[in-house]
Each structure stands twice: as structure tokens, then as C-alpha cells.
Design a protein around this ligand. Structure first.
Ligand code: IVH
Length: 671
């Protein structure tokens, strides 16, 4: 091999490892270490090297995750060890019966507390992944438990699935069992996109995950941000674990995503506590679950308890109440949002969904109503996923009596009476009234909200009253309010009106990013607002920025840039902003100090710092004139290493770059 070729080989190995590590931090640990730009640079360098030296293309290269050709059909895959199913326990009582049964089959003292492993029951698509000598060679769906469909190319696009197991002493053959899922937020985003382009809308995250995995074109799967949680084993030759709790650790070590929401429980009582704790968290989880899975922790005990039909007796799915229910649509009304969007809302006969009483469900827009043929009086199935607004899944048309009434959105805004417009090709109808109170209320409620100006104690109810009284039309009006204004509203007395004025006045020096977010520009959420604040430093410069300039800010794409530019080209919006700036003085993020102590020095951060977050550490370095980059080279002056530092620390040591910890960094900037 020539010197150049061996150098290329070494570099390819290094890049694969760096990207693997970055993927693991980002997709498995949810704790990214390098910027997107840096990641792209590494990825492109690897692609270029592989193009130049095709012989260096390795099956575990991250470039092999994408780009496979569409298939004509799926091949069948026979599982080495069948994928079984679980018996259900639907109530506390049924769970307690399970515990009694397990004692009986283990022939053990009923008073003995059995050791259970409790974890989430993921509501996704179960998968089996085969690794031979550590390399992912096949992935398939469960199918009938014995034979499934081979979807290897698709599963390779899931970034939380390791292409090669990490660590030493890898087993000859192992089947990893886990669940492919689409997080709820991504499910909603996908449905929004599908609605926009008139594509198929999925009923729930599980169907969306299944639809995404069962795609003949891996390119489509790659565009869906699927994740995979690992929880079990099929065939396992040379795997030395004896308990589920140990297996979880082994899976984590190999590089899989394993939910941290798991516990070894002594006896049924502790399992019940876990079940209740998770139920309280269910709405705030990023993924859909439908219960907890309880397993005897020791594999040997599971085997000893035996099997009934195709379920192990030593495991059970302890389910939560369903979040789909049948009810009747009693009426349909319209809500007008802050952008003027009209949303039809179904008022339904109250039903309990997963513990909450539901009276309303969103119907999204007219196209949705037409597509599902939803009528007033219909019996419908409604559902709720996560903490999102319930929606109608389908109409039970067989139960129609003929008295159901079709619905059409009004062509005049029900709040201000102005015409409603629905641009060609868009699903959303909007009110065209500039002074529509519903829009004003929506904009102001967003402006005073927690993630924007955060006016303590001021919420929708107060805003509604202020708008109705005619006292407030725009943001600046809030700052002109006096105690007398509040006293004129219903429900305000001496103290409460003073508190309200104080709460508003206390926000006259907001962080610039909060102010930008508060304006309610389409597509500009908290994160983008932060980027813009840092990039432009003040509101006037942001307002004056061209679309091209906007796209130079990190993570601002054409859609966002165009929305911002459109916002500031609106005379009314500009006037409102200038009026507002008479009262508030936004505080810009700290700018780099000229002649700071770290001037001319380049830093790389790696691992978790004890108290400074990544953003704070970056801020600190930049404020003192230093630069933070993503990868270590000879030009790096310092690597700041925290806990679980990865390959960058190694590289720093190899290159002889100075490594410091958080204290070392603080020391450098001490006066
Ligand atoms: S263990 C004997 N653990 O539930 C089967 N399954 O009804 C052992 N599931 O097909 C499966 N979360 O798709 C296990 N933490 C978890 C799970 C889980 C979801 C699914 C799995 C299986 C179904 C069984």
C-alpha cells in the first residue's frame, strides 16, 4: 500500500469513529457534542475519501446509512428465536393476579417479593436486529412472530441504531429486539407536511412508524426521524448477562438507546409505584407509550415460569387506559388564532381519555373535515397522543341516522366579520381583518407568555378583557396601561391592579431573543430567536436584514428567512415595533470583547462540564475574545474536557494539544 493510501485508510477510520461518536451523542444520548456544521464537514470529508478510494468503503460507514436503491418487494426473514407476545393486565387487580400466578408457577412462597424489571411499553413497531460479530447484517419486522419482513436498508437509516456494536468481546451472533418509534412531535410535523402536500395522514405515531419502516424506498424512511429503543434479546451466542437490568446496561454499552425510565422492583407493590409514576409523566413524554412492561428480572426465572401459548408467563404488559374513545359531535365552532388561521373545533359529548375529560377535538381545517367526512351529530373515534389537542380519527358511518349535518367554515370571520381567505394550494383559511380582536388577543397572549416577555400573572383572560375594553390593540399599549385602566376591568382591586402594572413594567428590559420570539413571526420559535439575537444584536438590524443575509445565521433556511423578511416589510408591523421600542430596551447577548483574555485562542469543548452547559461555556469563551470550534487540530490551543469526553480528548492527547477542565477555563479568564 502506498503511503497516501494508508493515510487515507487511517483517516477514514478516524472519521467513521468521530461520526459514530457524534451520532451516539446526538441520537442516543440526546446530548450533542459538535455543531451541525462541523458534523456536515466530517461527513463530506468521509464521502469524498470514499469516492476517491472506493475500496475503503466499510459496511459500518455512516455513509452506508443512506442512498440504498428502492426495492421491488421485501424479502421474508425467519427469526432465529421467535418473537413472542405479552399477556395484558388492564387493571391493578389483574396485575396482582399476575403476581400471584407467577409465584405459583415458580412454586415459591407467596409472601416472597419477586424481583421484577419494570420499563416502558413502547407503542411502536417491534423489530429484530441481527448482528454478526458486531456488524448489523439484517433487520426485520416482527411479522407473525416466526417470519417477518426484511427491512435492513430502512433500519440502517435510523441513527440511533448502531451499524457496528461498540466495545470489546462482541458476541458471534445476537438478535436485538426493540421498538421503532416516531416521536410525537415528529409525527405531528409529518402529518402537517402530508396534509400540505395532500399525502396520507397517519392516525397515530405507531402507524406513522410502521408506514415509515415498511417503505420500499429507503430514501423516504431516511426522511422520517425514527428512533429505536432496545429492550430485549432473541438468539444470543456468547452474551454474558443473566438479568434484564444487566441486559439494559449491555445494550447501552453496545451503543443502543435504552429508556432511562426503568427500575428493578422488589415485589408487586414497587411495580405499582413505578406504574403510577410513569402514568403521571405519560403526557409529557416525547414518545407514545401504552403501559409498562413488567418482567421477572432473572432470565432463569422467566424460563422456569414457562410459557402459555406464545407468551412468557413471567412477563406482562400492564396497560394504561386507552387514549381513543367513541363519542358524539354535538357542535362545530371556529377558533381564530394569532395568525388569523381559522380552526374548526368539534364539541363532543364528554369522554375520558387516558385520565382526562375531553370536551373538544380539533378538526384542523376544512380539507380534513371533507376528507374524513365529519358531520355534526356523527359518532366518532377521538384520540389524544401525548399532551396534544385531541383529534377525530374516524367517523363511524355505520351508526349514522341521516340526521347528521354537514359543516362548512364560514366565509366571514366569526370574530370580526372580515372576509376569510384560503390561498390556492394551502389548507389553512385565514381572517383578513387587520384589527380582528381574536388575532390581537392571540398575538398579545403569545407576547406576554412564558417563553416571550414572561409577564407574571398576565394571561389569556386578562388579555381578552383588555382587548374587549379597547384599551389594548398592540404590544406597546400594554406598557401605557395604568392602575386605573385595570381598576376599570371586572375583577380587579387595588392590589391586583397594582401587581398587574408592576408585572408589565418589570419587563422593560427583556432579553433581545425573548422580544424577537414575542413578536410572533411565523417559524421563529425560541431557538431561532436566540440565533437571530446573537447574529444581529438589535432589533433594527434584524428588521433591515435581507433574506440572503438572514440565511447566513445558523440554522436559518429559506422558509424562515422569507417569513422574517415578510414580517418586517409589513408597514403596520414596523410601526408597532418602533412604538414598542419607545418602552422597552432589549438587552443584547454579550458580544465578544475586543482585546479579551482569550483573544486569538481556539477552543474545543468535549464531554459534559460540571456546571457550565455547552452554550454557557461557548458564550464565556466568545465573550473573552476566544473562538470555539468543533474538531481538534494542531491549531487548537485548548481542549476543555468534561465528563465522558470522547474521541476529541484522545485526539488532543495524540496531537499534544493542551487539555484543561472547567476550572482551568475559569482560571484562564480570571482577572
Ligand atoms: S419485551 C415476549 N419490552 O409489546 C415478548 N416488549 O405485546 C417480549 N413492546 O411485540 C417483548 N415495549 O413490540 C417488550 N419494553 C418492552 C416493550 C415491548 C413494547 C411491545 C413489543 C411486543 C409487544 C408485546
Amino acid at each position: 500500500m502506498t503511503a497516501a493510501a494508508s493515510k487515507a485508510r487511517a483517516r477514514v477510520a478516524e472519521l467513521i469513529e468521530e461520526i459514530r461518536h457524534a451520532d451516539h451523542r446526538y441520537y442516543v444520548l440526546d446530548d450533542p457534542e459538535i455543531s451541525d456544521a462541523e458534523y456536515d464537514r466530517l461527513f463530506r470529508e468521509l464521502q469524498a475519501l470514499e469516492a476517491q478510494h472506493p475500496e475503503l468503503r466499510r459496511p459500518d460507514s455512516p455513509t452506508q446509512r443512506v442512498g440504498a436503491r428502492p426495492l421491488d418487494e421485501f424479502q421474508k426473514h425467519t427469526h432465529r428465536v421467535p418473537m413472542l407476545s405479552l399477556a395484558n393486565a388492564l387493571t391493578e387487580e389483574e396485575f396482582s393476579e399476575f403476581d400471584v400466578r407467577v409465584h405459583r408457577f415458580l412454586d415459591t412462597d407467596p409472601a416472597r417479593k419477586l424481583e421484577y424489571h419494570a420499563e416502558l411499553k413502547f407503542d411502536g413497531l417491534s423489530m429484530s436486529l441481527v448482528y454478526e460479530r458486531g456488524m448489523l447484517v439484517a433487520a426485520s419486522t416482527r411479522g407473525n412472530g416466526t417470519v417477518g419482513e426484511e427491512v435492513t436498508q430502512n433500519v440502517k437509516t435510523i441513527r440511533s441504531v448502531p451499524l457496528k456494536l461498540h466495545g470489546k468481546g462482541l458476541p458471534d451472533i445476537v438478535e436485538i429486539r426493540g421498538e421503532a418509534m416516531l416521536p410525537i412531535k415528529d409525527f405531528e410535523r409529518l402529518n402537517e407536511q402530508q396534509l400540505k402536500k395532500g399525502g396520507k395522514v397517519f392516525a397515530n405515531p405507531r402507524n406513522a412508524a410502521a408506514g415509515s419502516i415498511r417503505q420500499l424506498d429507503p430514501g423516504i424512511t431516511a426522511s422520517r426521524p425514527l428512533i429505536l429503543y432496545a429492550y430485549g434479546l432473541g438468539a444470543a451466542e456468547g452474551v454474558k448477562v443473566e438479568r434484564f437490568s444487566e441486559l439494559d446496561e449491555q445494550l447501552e454499552e453496545w451503543g443502543f438507546k435504552v429508556s432511562p425510565l426503568r427500575r428493578v422492583c422488589k415485589g408487586a407493590g414497587e411495580v405499582l409505584e413505578f406504574y403510577e409514576e410513569i402514568q403521571a409523566k405519560r403526557d409529557s413524554l416525547p414518545i407514545e407509550i401504552d403501559g409498562v412492561v413488567v418482567k421477572l428480572n432473572r432470565f432463569a426465572e422467566v424460563a422456569a415460569a414457562g410459557y402459555v401459548s406464545r407468551s412468557p408467563r413471567g412477563m406482562v404488559a400492564f396497560k394504561y387506559p386507552p387514549r381513543q374513545e367513541t363519542t358524539t359531535i354535538e357542535d362545530i365552532t371556529v377558533q381564530v388564532g394569532r395568525t388569523g388561521a381559522l380552526t374548526p373545533v368539534a364539541h363532543v359529548a364528554p369522554v375520558n381519555l387516558g385520565g382526562a375529560t375531553i370536551r373538544r377535538a380539533t378538526l384542523h381545517n376544512q380539507d380534513e373535515i371533507d376528507r374524513k367526512d365529519i358531520r355534526i351529530g356523527d359518532r366518532v373515534v377521538i384520540q389524544r397522543a401525548g399532551d396534544v389537542i385531541p383529534e377525530v380519527v374516524k367517523v363511524l358511518t355505520d351508526l349514522r341516522t341521516g340526521k347528521e349535518k354537514k359543516y362548512r367554515l364560514p366565509d366571514k370571520c366569526p370574530v370580526c366579520g372580515h372576509p376569510v381567505e384560503k390561498p390556492e394550494g394551502e389548507a389553512v383559511a385565514r381572517c383578513t381583518g387587520m384589527a380582528c380582536p381574536a388575532q390581537i388577543e392571540g398575538r398579545l397572549t403569545h407576547f406576554v407568555g412564558k417563553h416571550a416577555l414572561d409577564m407574571d400573572g398576565i394571561g389569556f383572560k386578562i388579555i381578552e378583557a383588555l382587548v374587549a375594553s379597547g384599551k389594548v390593540k398592540g404590544f406597546a399599549d400594554l406598557y401605557r396601561l395604568t392602575q386605573k385602566d385595570f381598576l376599570e376591568l371586572e375583577g380587579f382591586a387595588e392590589v391586583s391592579s397594582k401587581n398587574a402594572v408592576d408585572a408589565i413594567q418589570a419587563t422593560r428590559k427583556p432579553e433581545l431573543s425573548r422580544l424577537i420570539h414575542g413578536l410572533g413571526i411565523r417559524h421563529v420559535g425560541s431557538a431561532t430567536a436566540k440565533v437571530l439575537a446573537r447574529h444581529y444584536g438589535d432589533l433594527e438590524s434584524l428588521a433591515a436584514a435581507s433574506e440572503e443575509s438572514l440565511m447566513e445565521a445558523d440554522d436559518v433556511g429559506p422558509e424562515v428567512a422569507s417569513a422574517i423578511s415578510e414580517y418586517f416589510h409589513d408597514k403596520q408591523a414596523l410601526k408597532e415595533m418602533r412604538d414598542l421600542l419607545k418602552y422597552v430596551e432589549p438587552v443584547a447577548p454579550a458580544r465578544p470583547v475586543q482585546g479579551g483574555r482569550l483573544e486569538g485562542k481556539t477552543f474545543v469543548l468535549t464531554g459534559t462540564l460540571p456546571t457550565l452547559g455547552r452554550n454557557d461555556a461557548t458564550d464565556l469563551i466568545q465573550r473573552h475574545g476566544g473562538k470555539v470550534t468543533g474538531s481538534v487540530s494542531k491549531k487548537t490551543d485548548f481542549v476543555v474536557a468534561g465528563e465522558a469526553a470522547g474521541s476529541k480528548l484522545q485526539k488532543a492527547q495524540d496531537l499534544g494539544v493542551k487539555v484543561i477542565d472547567q476550572d482551568g477555563l475559569l482560571e484562564l479568564i480570571k482577572d
